[in-house]
Design a protein around this ligand. Structure first.
Ligand SMILES: N[C@@H](CCC(=O)N[C@@H](CS)C(=O)NCC(=O)O)C(=O)O
Length: 99
């Protein structure tokens, strides 16, 4: 009983700590570096998915509505776009509620 309660509490903590931002990247990608720097400067946690592997890249392309460039950024599963769109969103205050 006590173990189950502890497990439930741990699940709540885990959900609360999950990053709301996902960044699809490749290793050699200046725009990815810029996107990650912007998020880092604002202390916004993010999950990074390296799509150097083609299978993962196709998953990214599908979720990003056909966009093939990296980075592709998602907030709460909603597609933001690349670094340019993330920067524009940040400049108009759209990242203020994060994390
Ligand atoms: N406007 C895009 C430009 C992104 C871009 O050109 N990314 C490069 C890598 S830094 C890219 O995906 N090049 C094609 C490729 O790697 O297949 C953005 O702001 O994210």
């Amino acid at each position: 009983m006590r173990v189950r309660r502890l497990r439930q509490q741990w699940d709540v903590v885990r959900v609360a700590r999950m990053a709301r931002v996902t960044v699809y990247t490749t290793q050699m990608c200046p725009y990815c570096v810029q996107a990650k720097r912007l998020l880092g400067e604002r202390a916004i946690p993010y999950d990074e998915i390296d799509v150097s592997d083609d299978t993962l890249r196709e998953e990214m392309v599908r979720k990003a509505g056909g966009k093939r460039t990296v980075p592709q950024i998602f907030i709460d599963g909603a597609h933001v776009g690349g670094y340019t769109e993330l920067r524009a969103l940040a400049d108009k205050g759209g990242l203020a509620g994060l994390p």
